[in-house]
Design a protein around this ligand. Structure first.
Ligand code: ADP
Ligand code: MG
Length: 589
Protein backbone atom coordinates (compact mmCIF):
# COMPACT_ATOMS: atom_id res chain seq x y z
CA UNK A 1 0.00 0.00 0.00
CA UNK A 2 1.31 3.41 -0.89
CA UNK A 3 0.13 6.72 0.44
CA UNK A 4 -0.66 9.15 -2.34
CA UNK A 5 -1.89 12.70 -2.55
CA UNK A 6 -5.42 12.86 -3.93
CA UNK A 7 -6.04 14.88 -7.09
CA UNK A 8 -7.46 18.33 -6.42
CA UNK A 9 -10.85 17.67 -7.95
CA UNK A 10 -11.32 14.61 -5.75
CA UNK A 11 -10.41 16.65 -2.67
CA UNK A 12 -13.04 19.19 -3.69
CA UNK A 13 -15.62 16.45 -4.19
CA UNK A 14 -14.87 15.11 -0.72
CA UNK A 15 -15.35 18.59 0.71
CA UNK A 16 -18.57 18.90 -1.31
CA UNK A 17 -19.81 15.79 0.49
CA UNK A 18 -19.87 17.79 3.71
CA UNK A 19 -20.58 21.31 2.59
CA UNK A 20 -23.02 20.73 -0.26
CA UNK A 21 -25.41 18.18 1.06
CA UNK A 22 -28.36 19.09 -1.15
CA UNK A 23 -29.57 22.02 -3.27
CA UNK A 24 -30.56 23.97 -0.16
CA UNK A 25 -26.95 23.84 1.06
CA UNK A 26 -25.62 25.14 -2.27
CA UNK A 27 -28.17 27.95 -2.22
CA UNK A 28 -27.21 28.82 1.34
CA UNK A 29 -23.51 29.08 0.46
CA UNK A 30 -24.16 31.19 -2.65
CA UNK A 31 -26.57 33.53 -0.92
CA UNK A 32 -24.07 33.94 1.93
CA UNK A 33 -21.50 34.99 -0.67
CA UNK A 34 -23.90 37.59 -2.03
CA UNK A 35 -24.53 38.88 1.48
CA UNK A 36 -20.78 39.09 2.11
CA UNK A 37 -20.43 40.99 -1.18
CA UNK A 38 -22.65 43.73 0.23
CA UNK A 39 -25.67 43.03 -1.99
CA UNK A 40 -28.95 44.79 -1.21
CA UNK A 41 -30.97 42.66 -3.59
CA UNK A 42 -30.59 38.90 -4.12
CA UNK A 43 -32.61 36.88 -6.62
CA UNK A 44 -32.69 33.11 -6.45
CA UNK A 45 -34.33 31.01 -9.12
CA UNK A 46 -34.56 27.25 -9.30
CA UNK A 47 -35.63 24.59 -11.74
CA UNK A 48 -36.80 21.19 -10.58
CA UNK A 49 -36.11 21.73 -6.92
CA UNK A 50 -32.66 23.09 -7.80
CA UNK A 51 -31.57 19.78 -9.32
CA UNK A 52 -31.28 21.07 -12.89
CA UNK A 53 -30.64 24.76 -12.19
CA UNK A 54 -29.83 27.06 -9.31
CA UNK A 55 -29.29 30.67 -10.33
CA UNK A 56 -28.33 33.40 -7.87
CA UNK A 57 -27.83 37.00 -8.88
CA UNK A 58 -26.89 39.91 -6.70
CA UNK A 59 -26.00 43.59 -6.95
CA UNK A 60 -22.94 43.24 -4.73
CA UNK A 61 -19.31 44.26 -5.29
CA UNK A 62 -18.63 41.83 -8.14
CA UNK A 63 -15.16 40.41 -8.91
CA UNK A 64 -12.17 41.38 -11.04
CA UNK A 65 -10.69 38.92 -13.54
CA UNK A 66 -8.06 37.71 -11.04
CA UNK A 67 -10.55 37.40 -8.21
CA UNK A 68 -12.86 35.41 -10.43
CA UNK A 69 -10.12 32.88 -11.20
CA UNK A 70 -9.08 32.62 -7.53
CA UNK A 71 -12.66 32.34 -6.29
CA UNK A 72 -12.90 28.88 -7.82
CA UNK A 73 -9.74 27.66 -6.10
CA UNK A 74 -9.84 25.76 -2.86
CA UNK A 75 -9.05 27.70 0.32
CA UNK A 76 -9.01 30.98 -1.55
CA UNK A 77 -11.01 33.63 0.26
CA UNK A 78 -11.17 37.40 0.55
CA UNK A 79 -12.63 37.17 4.05
CA UNK A 80 -9.77 36.46 6.43
CA UNK A 81 -7.56 39.56 5.98
CA UNK A 82 -5.79 39.08 9.34
CA UNK A 83 -5.58 35.29 9.44
CA UNK A 84 -7.68 35.57 12.61
CA UNK A 85 -10.21 32.77 13.01
CA UNK A 86 -11.42 34.21 16.29
CA UNK A 87 -12.64 37.41 14.67
CA UNK A 88 -15.01 36.36 11.92
CA UNK A 89 -17.35 39.07 10.75
CA UNK A 90 -18.53 37.57 7.46
CA UNK A 91 -20.80 34.65 6.62
CA UNK A 92 -18.03 32.81 4.75
CA UNK A 93 -14.37 32.29 5.61
CA UNK A 94 -13.47 28.72 4.58
CA UNK A 95 -12.97 29.41 0.88
CA UNK A 96 -14.38 26.07 -0.15
CA UNK A 97 -17.98 26.56 -1.26
CA UNK A 98 -17.34 27.58 -4.87
CA UNK A 99 -14.66 24.92 -5.65
CA UNK A 100 -16.82 22.28 -3.95
CA UNK A 101 -19.90 23.19 -5.98
CA UNK A 102 -17.83 23.40 -9.17
CA UNK A 103 -16.44 19.89 -8.57
CA UNK A 104 -19.88 18.28 -8.61
CA UNK A 105 -21.87 20.52 -11.02
CA UNK A 106 -21.56 22.69 -14.14
CA UNK A 107 -21.00 26.27 -13.02
CA UNK A 108 -21.07 29.57 -14.87
CA UNK A 109 -20.18 32.84 -13.18
CA UNK A 110 -20.78 36.28 -14.68
CA UNK A 111 -19.54 39.26 -12.75
CA UNK A 112 -18.56 42.92 -12.92
CA UNK A 113 -16.98 45.07 -10.23
CA UNK A 114 -18.54 48.52 -10.54
CA UNK A 115 -17.50 50.21 -13.78
CA UNK A 116 -14.65 47.81 -14.55
CA UNK A 117 -14.88 45.31 -17.39
CA UNK A 118 -17.16 42.33 -16.78
CA UNK A 119 -16.12 38.67 -17.01
CA UNK A 120 -17.66 35.23 -17.58
CA UNK A 121 -16.08 31.97 -16.51
CA UNK A 122 -17.29 28.37 -16.62
CA UNK A 123 -16.15 25.40 -14.65
CA UNK A 124 -17.12 21.82 -15.31
CA UNK A 125 -15.83 18.70 -13.57
CA UNK A 126 -13.43 21.01 -11.72
CA UNK A 127 -11.90 22.37 -15.00
CA UNK A 128 -11.97 26.17 -15.28
CA UNK A 129 -12.27 27.96 -18.61
CA UNK A 130 -10.30 31.16 -19.39
CA UNK A 131 -12.39 34.18 -18.35
CA UNK A 132 -14.01 35.90 -21.33
CA UNK A 133 -15.30 39.51 -21.52
CA UNK A 134 -18.93 39.83 -20.47
CA UNK A 135 -21.66 42.43 -20.68
CA UNK A 136 -22.99 41.46 -17.26
CA UNK A 137 -24.15 44.49 -15.23
CA UNK A 138 -22.47 45.40 -11.94
CA UNK A 139 -22.79 42.52 -9.47
CA UNK A 140 -22.54 38.75 -9.78
CA UNK A 141 -24.66 35.95 -11.18
CA UNK A 142 -23.84 32.30 -10.52
CA UNK A 143 -25.60 29.52 -12.38
CA UNK A 144 -25.26 25.96 -11.12
CA UNK A 145 -26.55 23.27 -13.50
CA UNK A 146 -26.98 19.54 -12.96
CA UNK A 147 -25.92 19.49 -9.34
CA UNK A 148 -24.22 16.19 -8.40
CA UNK A 149 -23.97 14.99 -12.02
CA UNK A 150 -20.35 14.16 -11.19
CA UNK A 151 -21.21 12.25 -7.99
CA UNK A 152 -24.12 9.95 -8.91
CA UNK A 153 -24.18 8.36 -5.45
CA UNK A 154 -25.19 11.70 -3.95
CA UNK A 155 -27.67 12.36 -6.71
CA UNK A 156 -29.58 9.25 -5.69
CA UNK A 157 -30.14 10.58 -2.19
CA UNK A 158 -32.00 13.68 -3.31
CA UNK A 159 -35.67 13.86 -2.41
CA UNK A 160 -38.57 14.95 -4.63
CA UNK A 161 -38.39 18.34 -6.36
CA UNK A 162 -41.04 19.55 -3.98
CA UNK A 163 -39.10 18.48 -0.89
CA UNK A 164 -35.83 19.96 -2.15
CA UNK A 165 -37.60 23.20 -3.00
CA UNK A 166 -39.16 23.33 0.46
CA UNK A 167 -35.71 22.93 2.01
CA UNK A 168 -34.36 25.78 -0.15
CA UNK A 169 -37.22 28.03 0.83
CA UNK A 170 -36.65 27.25 4.49
CA UNK A 171 -32.93 28.01 4.14
CA UNK A 172 -33.69 31.37 2.55
CA UNK A 173 -36.22 32.27 5.22
CA UNK A 174 -33.56 31.62 7.84
CA UNK A 175 -30.96 33.69 5.97
CA UNK A 176 -33.39 36.51 5.26
CA UNK A 177 -34.36 36.72 8.93
CA UNK A 178 -30.92 38.04 9.77
CA UNK A 179 -30.73 40.62 6.97
CA UNK A 180 -33.87 42.76 6.85
CA UNK A 181 -32.11 45.45 4.82
CA UNK A 182 -31.57 43.03 1.89
CA UNK A 183 -34.42 42.23 -0.53
CA UNK A 184 -34.85 38.54 -1.39
CA UNK A 185 -36.83 36.94 -4.16
CA UNK A 186 -37.17 33.22 -4.79
CA UNK A 187 -38.79 31.62 -7.82
CA UNK A 188 -39.25 27.95 -8.57
CA UNK A 189 -40.03 26.91 -12.15
CA UNK A 190 -40.93 30.59 -12.79
CA UNK A 191 -43.41 30.75 -9.90
CA UNK A 192 -42.60 33.26 -7.16
CA UNK A 193 -42.24 31.52 -3.81
CA UNK A 194 -40.89 34.33 -1.65
CA UNK A 195 -40.79 38.04 -2.17
CA UNK A 196 -39.26 39.91 0.73
CA UNK A 197 -38.78 43.63 0.22
CA UNK A 198 -36.29 45.66 2.22
CA UNK A 199 -37.61 46.53 5.67
CA UNK A 200 -36.18 48.69 8.42
CA UNK A 201 -35.80 46.10 11.16
CA UNK A 202 -36.08 42.44 12.01
CA UNK A 203 -39.63 42.87 13.31
CA UNK A 204 -40.75 43.81 9.81
CA UNK A 205 -38.94 40.84 8.27
CA UNK A 206 -40.43 38.57 10.91
CA UNK A 207 -43.93 39.62 10.01
CA UNK A 208 -43.24 39.08 6.30
CA UNK A 209 -41.87 35.59 6.89
CA UNK A 210 -44.03 34.26 9.69
CA UNK A 211 -47.28 35.96 8.80
CA UNK A 212 -50.05 37.77 10.58
CA UNK A 213 -50.98 34.71 12.58
CA UNK A 214 -47.68 34.83 14.39
CA UNK A 215 -47.79 38.58 14.81
CA UNK A 216 -51.12 38.28 16.63
CA UNK A 217 -49.69 35.70 19.00
CA UNK A 218 -46.17 36.92 19.57
CA UNK A 219 -44.55 38.73 22.46
CA UNK A 220 -41.40 40.81 22.05
CA UNK A 221 -38.38 39.80 24.08
CA UNK A 222 -35.18 41.69 24.91
CA UNK A 223 -32.41 41.07 27.40
CA UNK A 224 -28.79 42.06 27.89
CA UNK A 225 -25.92 40.73 29.96
CA UNK A 226 -22.15 41.23 29.79
CA UNK A 227 -22.11 42.60 26.24
CA UNK A 228 -24.48 39.92 24.94
CA UNK A 229 -27.87 41.08 23.76
CA UNK A 230 -30.93 39.00 23.04
CA UNK A 231 -33.87 40.30 21.05
CA UNK A 232 -36.72 38.91 19.02
CA UNK A 233 -40.26 37.62 19.30
CA UNK A 234 -41.64 34.46 20.82
CA UNK A 235 -45.07 32.88 20.55
CA UNK A 236 -47.53 32.69 23.40
CA UNK A 237 -47.47 29.17 24.85
CA UNK A 238 -50.93 28.52 23.43
CA UNK A 239 -49.59 29.07 19.89
CA UNK A 240 -47.48 26.06 19.09
CA UNK A 241 -46.54 23.67 16.29
CA UNK A 242 -45.76 20.01 15.83
CA UNK A 243 -42.16 20.63 14.71
CA UNK A 244 -39.38 22.97 15.71
CA UNK A 245 -38.93 24.11 12.08
CA UNK A 246 -40.37 27.48 12.97
CA UNK A 247 -37.66 28.32 15.43
CA UNK A 248 -35.29 30.93 14.10
CA UNK A 249 -32.14 31.10 16.17
CA UNK A 250 -29.62 33.63 14.92
CA UNK A 251 -26.19 34.32 16.33
CA UNK A 252 -24.68 37.53 14.98
CA UNK A 253 -27.02 37.30 12.02
CA UNK A 254 -26.14 33.69 11.26
CA UNK A 255 -28.96 31.15 11.47
CA UNK A 256 -27.70 28.21 13.50
CA UNK A 257 -28.87 24.79 14.52
CA UNK A 258 -27.54 24.89 18.00
CA UNK A 259 -28.25 22.25 20.63
CA UNK A 260 -27.64 24.67 23.46
CA UNK A 261 -30.08 27.24 22.13
CA UNK A 262 -32.66 24.57 21.32
CA UNK A 263 -32.40 23.29 24.87
CA UNK A 264 -32.80 26.85 26.16
CA UNK A 265 -36.04 27.28 24.23
CA UNK A 266 -37.33 23.96 25.52
CA UNK A 267 -36.42 24.83 29.09
CA UNK A 268 -37.92 28.31 28.80
CA UNK A 269 -41.27 26.85 27.78
CA UNK A 270 -41.05 23.67 29.89
CA UNK A 271 -43.69 24.87 32.33
CA UNK A 272 -46.25 25.87 29.78
CA UNK A 273 -45.95 23.48 26.87
CA UNK A 274 -46.23 19.74 26.36
CA UNK A 275 -42.91 18.19 25.40
CA UNK A 276 -44.00 17.19 21.92
CA UNK A 277 -45.16 20.70 20.99
CA UNK A 278 -42.89 23.48 19.80
CA UNK A 279 -43.22 27.23 20.14
CA UNK A 280 -42.52 29.57 17.24
CA UNK A 281 -39.60 31.82 18.08
CA UNK A 282 -37.23 34.22 16.38
CA UNK A 283 -34.31 34.94 18.69
CA UNK A 284 -31.42 37.16 17.74
CA UNK A 285 -28.29 36.88 19.81
CA UNK A 286 -25.58 39.51 19.34
CA UNK A 287 -22.19 39.09 20.94
CA UNK A 288 -18.57 40.07 20.24
CA UNK A 289 -17.09 37.77 17.53
CA UNK A 290 -14.37 36.71 19.97
CA UNK A 291 -16.94 35.16 22.27
CA UNK A 292 -18.29 32.72 19.75
CA UNK A 293 -16.55 30.14 17.57
CA UNK A 294 -18.21 29.60 14.20
CA UNK A 295 -15.46 27.34 12.91
CA UNK A 296 -17.10 24.20 14.23
CA UNK A 297 -18.84 22.65 11.30
CA UNK A 298 -18.13 22.75 7.52
CA UNK A 299 -21.63 24.08 6.80
CA UNK A 300 -21.15 26.72 9.54
CA UNK A 301 -24.51 25.69 11.00
CA UNK A 302 -23.17 25.15 14.49
CA UNK A 303 -21.43 27.48 16.89
CA UNK A 304 -19.68 27.19 20.21
CA UNK A 305 -19.97 29.84 22.88
CA UNK A 306 -16.99 30.77 25.02
CA UNK A 307 -19.25 31.15 28.05
CA UNK A 308 -22.17 28.85 27.36
CA UNK A 309 -23.45 28.92 30.95
CA UNK A 310 -23.95 32.65 30.76
CA UNK A 311 -25.74 32.39 27.39
CA UNK A 312 -27.95 29.67 28.81
CA UNK A 313 -28.82 31.79 31.82
CA UNK A 314 -29.55 34.84 29.71
CA UNK A 315 -31.82 33.07 27.21
CA UNK A 316 -33.76 30.87 29.63
CA UNK A 317 -34.11 33.71 32.10
CA UNK A 318 -35.45 36.07 29.45
CA UNK A 319 -37.90 33.51 28.06
CA UNK A 320 -39.29 32.66 31.49
CA UNK A 321 -39.57 36.28 32.49
CA UNK A 322 -41.51 37.24 29.38
CA UNK A 323 -43.76 34.19 29.56
CA UNK A 324 -44.58 34.94 33.19
CA UNK A 325 -45.38 38.55 32.45
CA UNK A 326 -47.81 37.40 29.80
CA UNK A 327 -49.06 34.44 31.82
CA UNK A 328 -52.63 35.63 32.13
CA UNK A 329 -53.12 35.83 28.42
CA UNK A 330 -54.23 33.10 26.06
CA UNK A 331 -53.70 33.15 22.31
CA UNK A 332 -56.18 33.86 19.60
CA UNK A 333 -55.85 31.66 16.52
CA UNK A 334 -55.42 28.34 18.29
CA UNK A 335 -58.22 29.06 20.66
CA UNK A 336 -61.16 29.37 18.34
CA UNK A 337 -60.03 28.39 14.87
CA UNK A 338 -63.45 28.83 13.35
CA UNK A 339 -63.65 32.35 14.65
CA UNK A 340 -60.22 33.33 13.54
CA UNK A 341 -60.35 31.75 10.13
CA UNK A 342 -63.83 32.09 8.75
CA UNK A 343 -65.51 34.59 10.95
CA UNK A 344 -62.80 36.87 12.08
CA UNK A 345 -63.48 40.37 10.88
CA UNK A 346 -60.63 42.37 9.43
CA UNK A 347 -58.88 44.36 12.07
CA UNK A 348 -60.41 42.58 15.01
CA UNK A 349 -58.13 40.40 17.04
CA UNK A 350 -59.92 40.56 20.32
CA UNK A 351 -60.37 36.94 21.18
CA UNK A 352 -57.71 37.11 23.80
CA UNK A 353 -57.10 39.29 26.79
CA UNK A 354 -54.41 41.74 25.73
CA UNK A 355 -53.18 42.58 29.20
CA UNK A 356 -55.35 42.29 32.21
CA UNK A 357 -53.01 44.36 34.33
CA UNK A 358 -52.83 41.49 36.80
CA UNK A 359 -49.53 40.78 38.40
CA UNK A 360 -48.30 37.54 39.83
CA UNK A 361 -49.11 37.12 43.42
CA UNK A 362 -46.76 36.76 46.31
CA UNK A 363 -45.73 33.11 46.43
CA UNK A 364 -46.22 32.82 50.16
CA UNK A 365 -49.84 33.79 49.89
CA UNK A 366 -50.37 31.40 47.02
CA UNK A 367 -48.88 28.47 48.91
CA UNK A 368 -51.12 29.04 51.89
CA UNK A 369 -54.30 29.92 50.08
CA UNK A 370 -57.15 27.68 51.25
CA UNK A 371 -57.88 24.60 49.25
CA UNK A 372 -60.96 24.89 47.13
CA UNK A 373 -63.81 22.85 48.47
CA UNK A 374 -64.80 20.54 45.69
CA UNK A 375 -63.95 17.26 47.22
CA UNK A 376 -67.52 16.01 47.25
CA UNK A 377 -68.56 14.26 44.10
CA UNK A 378 -71.96 14.95 42.64
CA UNK A 379 -73.54 12.51 40.26
CA UNK A 380 -72.88 13.52 36.66
CA UNK A 381 -75.75 14.90 34.71
CA UNK A 382 -76.21 16.61 31.41
CA UNK A 383 -78.24 19.39 32.94
CA UNK A 384 -76.84 22.90 32.77
CA UNK A 385 -76.51 24.67 36.10
CA UNK A 386 -77.53 28.30 36.05
CA UNK A 387 -76.74 30.72 38.85
CA UNK A 388 -78.27 33.94 40.06
CA UNK A 389 -76.04 36.98 39.93
CA UNK A 390 -75.92 37.51 43.70
CA UNK A 391 -73.32 40.25 43.81
CA UNK A 392 -73.09 42.25 40.60
CA UNK A 393 -69.74 43.74 41.60
CA UNK A 394 -68.05 40.36 40.87
CA UNK A 395 -68.61 41.22 37.22
CA UNK A 396 -65.85 43.77 37.51
CA UNK A 397 -63.22 41.07 38.11
CA UNK A 398 -61.20 40.21 34.99
CA UNK A 399 -62.75 36.75 34.76
CA UNK A 400 -66.17 38.00 35.82
CA UNK A 401 -69.01 36.35 37.71
CA UNK A 402 -69.76 32.64 37.25
CA UNK A 403 -73.25 32.37 35.82
CA UNK A 404 -73.48 28.78 34.63
CA UNK A 405 -71.70 25.51 34.22
CA UNK A 406 -72.39 23.46 31.12
CA UNK A 407 -71.28 20.03 29.99
CA UNK A 408 -69.96 19.69 33.51
CA UNK A 409 -66.69 21.28 32.57
CA UNK A 410 -67.24 24.73 31.14
CA UNK A 411 -67.92 27.69 33.33
CA UNK A 412 -69.70 30.60 31.69
CA UNK A 413 -68.85 33.84 33.41
CA UNK A 414 -70.29 37.25 32.78
CA UNK A 415 -68.04 40.28 32.64
CA UNK A 416 -68.77 43.94 32.18
CA UNK A 417 -67.82 43.72 28.53
CA UNK A 418 -68.90 40.24 27.48
CA UNK A 419 -68.38 36.70 28.62
CA UNK A 420 -65.73 34.15 29.47
CA UNK A 421 -65.74 30.42 28.87
CA UNK A 422 -63.43 28.66 31.29
CA UNK A 423 -62.22 25.07 31.03
CA UNK A 424 -62.38 24.08 34.69
CA UNK A 425 -60.10 21.07 34.41
CA UNK A 426 -57.37 22.92 32.57
CA UNK A 427 -57.67 25.88 34.92
CA UNK A 428 -57.52 23.82 38.07
CA UNK A 429 -54.57 21.84 36.79
CA UNK A 430 -52.63 25.07 36.40
CA UNK A 431 -53.65 26.26 39.85
CA UNK A 432 -52.54 23.04 41.53
CA UNK A 433 -49.26 23.15 39.62
CA UNK A 434 -48.51 26.73 40.56
CA UNK A 435 -49.40 26.01 44.18
CA UNK A 436 -46.99 23.07 44.15
CA UNK A 437 -44.26 25.28 42.80
CA UNK A 438 -44.92 27.94 45.42
CA UNK A 439 -44.76 25.32 48.18
CA UNK A 440 -41.54 24.01 46.71
CA UNK A 441 -39.96 27.43 46.87
CA UNK A 442 -40.87 27.86 50.50
CA UNK A 443 -40.46 24.61 52.38
CA UNK A 444 -40.93 21.69 50.01
CA UNK A 445 -44.22 20.12 49.08
CA UNK A 446 -46.43 19.35 52.06
CA UNK A 447 -46.96 15.65 52.45
CA UNK A 448 -49.54 13.45 54.07
CA UNK A 449 -48.91 9.90 55.36
CA UNK A 450 -51.04 7.07 54.09
CA UNK A 451 -52.80 4.98 56.78
CA UNK A 452 -51.73 1.82 55.03
CA UNK A 453 -48.87 2.14 52.52
CA UNK A 454 -49.88 1.60 48.94
CA UNK A 455 -48.07 -1.42 47.46
CA UNK A 456 -47.42 -1.16 43.73
CA UNK A 457 -46.13 -3.93 41.46
CA UNK A 458 -43.78 -2.74 38.75
CA UNK A 459 -41.04 -3.87 36.39
CA UNK A 460 -37.63 -4.01 38.03
CA UNK A 461 -36.12 -1.33 35.78
CA UNK A 462 -38.96 1.08 36.55
CA UNK A 463 -38.50 0.44 40.26
CA UNK A 464 -34.82 1.18 39.87
CA UNK A 465 -35.51 4.44 38.09
CA UNK A 466 -37.99 5.49 40.76
CA UNK A 467 -35.65 4.57 43.62
CA UNK A 468 -32.80 6.41 41.95
CA UNK A 469 -35.03 9.49 42.13
CA UNK A 470 -36.33 8.76 45.64
CA UNK A 471 -34.74 11.88 47.14
CA UNK A 472 -36.29 14.13 44.54
CA UNK A 473 -39.68 12.49 44.92
CA UNK A 474 -39.46 12.88 48.68
CA UNK A 475 -39.02 16.63 48.32
CA UNK A 476 -42.17 16.52 46.27
CA UNK A 477 -44.12 14.76 48.98
CA UNK A 478 -43.91 11.24 47.58
CA UNK A 479 -42.05 8.83 49.86
CA UNK A 480 -41.33 5.46 48.33
CA UNK A 481 -39.49 2.39 49.60
CA UNK A 482 -38.53 -0.93 48.07
CA UNK A 483 -41.00 -3.67 49.01
CA UNK A 484 -39.55 -7.02 48.07
CA UNK A 485 -38.88 -8.03 44.47
CA UNK A 486 -40.96 -6.30 41.85
CA UNK A 487 -42.81 -4.02 44.27
CA UNK A 488 -42.70 -0.57 45.85
CA UNK A 489 -44.40 0.83 48.93
CA UNK A 490 -45.71 4.41 48.84
CA UNK A 491 -45.69 5.90 52.34
CA UNK A 492 -46.73 9.50 51.77
CA UNK A 493 -48.37 11.55 49.04
CA UNK A 494 -48.51 15.33 48.51
CA UNK A 495 -51.16 16.77 50.80
CA UNK A 496 -52.72 18.68 47.91
CA UNK A 497 -53.45 15.39 46.20
CA UNK A 498 -54.38 13.19 49.18
CA UNK A 499 -57.58 11.28 48.65
CA UNK A 500 -58.24 12.65 45.17
CA UNK A 501 -56.13 10.57 42.83
CA UNK A 502 -55.12 7.04 41.95
CA UNK A 503 -51.67 6.58 43.51
CA UNK A 504 -50.79 3.51 41.44
CA UNK A 505 -51.57 5.28 38.19
CA UNK A 506 -49.52 8.31 39.18
CA UNK A 507 -46.49 6.22 40.15
CA UNK A 508 -46.61 4.25 36.91
CA UNK A 509 -46.77 7.41 34.86
CA UNK A 510 -43.94 9.02 36.79
CA UNK A 511 -41.80 5.91 36.28
CA UNK A 512 -42.37 6.07 32.53
CA UNK A 513 -41.63 9.77 32.42
CA UNK A 514 -38.49 9.53 34.49
CA UNK A 515 -37.19 6.77 32.25
CA UNK A 516 -37.88 8.79 29.15
CA UNK A 517 -36.58 11.97 30.73
CA UNK A 518 -33.35 10.61 32.16
CA UNK A 519 -31.28 12.03 29.37
CA UNK A 520 -32.78 15.49 29.79
CA UNK A 521 -30.81 15.95 32.96
CA UNK A 522 -31.59 19.25 34.69
CA UNK A 523 -32.98 18.75 38.19
CA UNK A 524 -35.27 21.74 37.99
CA UNK A 525 -36.69 20.59 34.69
CA UNK A 526 -37.33 17.17 36.16
CA UNK A 527 -38.96 18.56 39.29
CA UNK A 528 -41.31 20.69 37.26
CA UNK A 529 -42.13 17.76 35.03
CA UNK A 530 -43.08 15.66 38.05
CA UNK A 531 -45.08 18.48 39.56
CA UNK A 532 -46.91 18.95 36.32
CA UNK A 533 -47.79 15.25 36.13
CA UNK A 534 -48.97 15.29 39.73
CA UNK A 535 -51.07 18.37 39.10
CA UNK A 536 -52.76 16.71 36.17
CA UNK A 537 -53.65 13.71 38.32
CA UNK A 538 -54.90 15.83 41.15
CA UNK A 539 -57.04 18.41 39.45
CA UNK A 540 -60.78 18.55 39.15
CA UNK A 541 -61.82 16.33 36.33
CA UNK A 542 -64.25 17.60 33.85
CA UNK A 543 -67.50 15.96 34.85
CA UNK A 544 -67.44 17.38 38.35
CA UNK A 545 -70.28 19.76 39.09
CA UNK A 546 -69.55 22.84 41.13
CA UNK A 547 -71.75 25.45 42.79
CA UNK A 548 -71.53 29.16 42.19
CA UNK A 549 -69.35 29.81 45.19
CA UNK A 550 -66.81 27.18 44.21
CA UNK A 551 -66.71 28.48 40.70
CA UNK A 552 -66.22 32.06 41.70
CA UNK A 553 -63.49 30.92 44.05
CA UNK A 554 -61.80 29.16 41.14
CA UNK A 555 -61.99 32.30 38.99
CA UNK A 556 -60.55 34.50 41.74
CA UNK A 557 -57.71 32.01 42.24
CA UNK A 558 -56.96 32.07 38.54
CA UNK A 559 -56.71 35.82 38.57
CA UNK A 560 -54.10 35.61 41.31
CA UNK A 561 -52.06 32.83 39.77
CA UNK A 562 -49.14 33.34 37.42
CA UNK A 563 -49.43 31.72 34.00
CA UNK A 564 -53.07 30.86 34.55
CA UNK A 565 -53.88 31.70 30.92
CA UNK A 566 -52.89 28.21 29.89
CA UNK A 567 -52.78 24.73 31.36
CA UNK A 568 -49.50 22.83 31.78
CA UNK A 569 -49.85 21.50 28.26
CA UNK A 570 -50.13 24.92 26.68
CA UNK A 571 -53.85 24.79 26.03
CA UNK A 572 -55.73 27.92 26.96
CA UNK A 573 -57.71 27.75 30.20
CA UNK A 574 -60.27 30.29 29.15
CA UNK A 575 -61.43 32.29 26.17
CA UNK A 576 -63.04 35.66 26.11
CA UNK A 577 -65.86 36.80 23.90
CA UNK A 578 -66.40 40.51 24.05
CA UNK A 579 -69.91 41.78 23.36
CA UNK A 580 -68.42 43.66 20.48
CA UNK A 581 -67.14 40.40 18.97
CA UNK A 582 -70.40 38.57 19.61
CA UNK A 583 -72.23 41.32 17.81
CA UNK A 584 -69.83 41.05 14.90
CA UNK A 585 -70.36 37.29 14.74
CA UNK A 586 -74.06 37.95 14.35
CA UNK A 587 -73.42 40.55 11.71
CA UNK A 588 -74.81 43.32 13.89
CA UNK A 589 -71.69 45.40 13.43
P1 ADP B 1 -15.74 32.02 1.19
O1 ADP B 1 -17.11 32.57 1.09
O2 ADP B 1 -15.58 31.16 2.40
O3 ADP B 1 -14.66 33.05 1.06
P2 ADP B 1 -16.35 30.79 -1.34
O4 ADP B 1 -15.79 29.62 -2.04
O5 ADP B 1 -17.79 30.76 -1.02
O6 ADP B 1 -15.50 30.98 -0.02
O7 ADP B 1 -16.05 32.07 -2.18
C1 ADP B 1 -14.69 32.37 -2.53
C2 ADP B 1 -14.50 33.85 -2.80
O8 ADP B 1 -15.19 34.23 -3.97
C3 ADP B 1 -15.07 34.77 -1.74
O9 ADP B 1 -14.15 34.95 -0.68
C4 ADP B 1 -15.32 36.05 -2.50
O10 ADP B 1 -14.17 36.83 -2.57
C5 ADP B 1 -15.63 35.56 -3.90
N1 ADP B 1 -17.09 35.57 -4.18
C6 ADP B 1 -17.91 34.49 -4.16
N2 ADP B 1 -19.17 34.83 -4.46
C7 ADP B 1 -19.18 36.17 -4.67
C8 ADP B 1 -20.19 37.14 -5.02
N3 ADP B 1 -21.48 36.77 -5.20
N4 ADP B 1 -19.81 38.43 -5.16
C9 ADP B 1 -18.51 38.79 -4.98
N5 ADP B 1 -17.52 37.94 -4.66
C10 ADP B 1 -17.83 36.65 -4.51
MG1 MG C 1 -18.78 31.47 0.74
Amino acid sequence: MRIRYLPENLVNQIAAGEVIERPAAAVKELVENSIDAGATRIEISLRDGGKSLISISDNGTGMSREELIAALDRHATSKLPDDDLSDIRSMGFRGEALPSIASVARVKISTRAGNNPGWDITCEGGKKSEPSPSSHPSGTKIEVRDLFYATPARLKFLKSDKAEYAAVKNAIMHLAMGFPHIAFRLTHNDVTGLNLPVVTDSAGRLAAILGEDFEDNAIPITAERDGVTLSGHISLPTFHKGTSQNQYLLVNGRAVKDKLLNACVRAGYADVLARDRHPVVALFLQLPPHDVDVNVHPAKAEVRFRDSASIRGLVIGALRHVLHENGFRASSANTIPFLSSSRRMPGSGNYYIPDSGLRRNDNAMLAESPQLAWDHDIAPSARAEVFELTSPETMTFPLGAARAQIHENYIIAQTGEGMMIIDQHAAHERLVYERFKAQMELQGVEKQGLLTPEIINLDEHLIETLLANAETLKKLGLEIEPFGPGALAVQTVPALLAGRMDVTKLIRELADELTEHETLGGLEERLNQILSTMACHGSVRSGRRMNAEEMNALLRQMEKTPLSGQCNHGRPTYIELKLNDIEKLFGRK
